[in-house]
Design a protein around this ligand. Structure first.
Ligand code: AMP
Ligand code: GLY
Length: 424
């Protein structure tokens, strides 16, 4: 089989690594991929948003399955275009991807179907949104959560500790249009306390199989200090997501959500990512994503025993019930190495050394923002590498991942020292 992976992050490198282990696969293309993917894929220099270009390529190369990593091409309908041409795809169509592409779509679906989530109001008028903030600001001491409705590259969520911050957020989103059209509408919602966890499921249009949960670290610095990032580290499984919590999530979140979509004539196919808050009043949905998490994938897929290609294809063909999905009874930890300055401004093009040494020491190095320049691997993004280790205990994973991290060098490299520490 010939597979095409769309995307260029750590998630896509991990997908390529896992897919390459399948004996059914003869060739993997990465569009556009990153430096770490060059050894196991043939890279295609094209934008992930070039929907017709990608479909032309997949048609011409007779790709047996296209696996779409990031949300943006899903939201604009890459799956629909490929399927229109009779090609198989792993990833939801445009309608289903609204679960991530529109906060209001997802919130209304949850409200109408009693799926537990933060209480909310939606607004398409900045003045009315501000009036609402004025009316609730003094009622509880909790932060006010303001979200742009549409896609905002993970930056459209504001957790506002003061009324002024909330009013400023409305101004940024709705008046200054910091996220373009995505800010035409906003959601103002209740603050959810408690630990977060990522609960991803493989979905085939109707049936689903949960993956092992993961938990990530969003803040840039140790002890959860510093600004929010795309994620600085991750582990799986998650002790606080007990069997009981998982059952609750399946029965009261995943099942009613997929049923509600089906009732709307939407057959969700791909990964349904449930971002959970484990609040004192039970698990609630913080967000849905329409794709594998980056970097949850870097810890979850190494624990998957079953051939990933069998699962992806079964999802694309609507026969997930024909596959037995099995997992290793082990743990995984991923430590992200980022460019100095991330998530703010940072320099690119720093030479990376020690990658082979880290692999020899037992870590798996998944590339994110890397490129090849004059034969050397250089930094090319904020999150540069996800250094991952699998082991029988969390301690073993942490030791192996950090041993790898210490062998890798690039100018200004930044990483957290406490990934997984709360597990010990
Ligand atoms: P979202 O894009 O909706 O997932 O939001 C990004 C991040 O903001 C989440 O992972 C949470 O850490 C935080 N967040 C979003 N909504 C809430 C909420 N209602 N209460 C507390 N934190 C939230
Ligand atoms: N790790 C969070 C996400 O993929 O959205």
């Amino acid at each position: 089989m010939k597979l095409l992976i769309v995307g260029s992050g750590g998630r896509e490198h991990t997908l390529a690594w896992k897919i390459a282990q399948s004996d059914k696969v003869t060739k993997i293309y990465a569009l556009p991929g990153n430096a770490g993917m060059s050894a196991i894929t043939e890279r295609v220099n094209m934008s992930v948003m070039d929907i017709n270009g990608i479909a032309d390529f997949a048609e011409r190369e007779k790709i047996d399955l296209t696996v779409i990593g990031p949300e943006s091409p899903l939201i604009v309908g890459l799956t629909d275009e490929l399927e229109k041409r009779g090609l198989k795809v792993f990833g939801p169509g445009k309608d289903a991807a609204q679960m991530e592409g529109s906060k209001i779509f997802a919130k209304r679906l949850m409200l109408d179907n009693r799926v537990p989530t933060a209480g909310f109001e939606e607004f398409d008028d900045a003045a009315k949104a501000c009036d609402f903030i004025e009316s609730i600001a003094s009622k509880s001491g909790d932060p006010i959560v303001v979200k742009a409705d549409g896609e905002a590259a993970g930056k459209g969520v504001f957790i506002c500790k003061t009324k002024k911050a909330a009013l400023d957020a409305i101004d940024t989103i709705m008046n200054q249009k910091a996220f373009g059209e995505s800010g035409n509408r906003v959601v103002i919602e209740e603050f959810l306390d408690g630990q977060e966890a990522s609960f991803m499921c493989f979905v085939d249009g109707e049936k689903f199989v949960p993956m092992i949960p993961a938990q990530d670290y969003k803040r840039a610095c140790d002890n959860d200090e510093g600004p929010n990032t795309g994620g600085m580290g991750c582990y799986s499984p998650v002790p606080v997501v007990t069997a009981e919590v998982s059952k609750f999530v399946i029965d009261f979140i995943v099942k009613p959500t997929l049923k509600a979509l089906k009732n709307m004539g939407i057959y969700y196919k791909g990964v349904l990512y449930v971002g959970l808050a484990l609040t004192s009043r039970g698990p609630k949905v913080v967000e849905f994503n329409a794709r594998f998490g980056d970097h949850e994938t870097q810890v979850v897929l190494p624990l998957l025993k079953t051939d990933l290609v069998d699962i992806l294809l079964a999802c694309a063909e609507g026969r997930l019930d024909t596959i037995d999905v099995n997992w290793y009874n082990r743990s995984a930890v991923c430590v992200v190495m980022a460019s100095g300055g991330y998530p703010g401004d940072y320099e690119k093009g720093k030479v990376i050394t020690g990658l082979d040494e880290a692999e020899k020491a037992g870590a798996m190095v998944f590339h994110a923002g890397t490129a090849t320049k004059d034969g050397e691997c250089v930094t090319a993004g904020g999150r540069v590498l996800g250094v991952t280790a699998v082991g029988n205990t969390y301690q073993e994973c942490i030791d192996k991942a950090y041993a790898g991290v210490r062998l890798i060098h690039f100018d200004g490299a930044h990483y957290r020292n406490d990934i997984g520490a709360r597990l010990l």
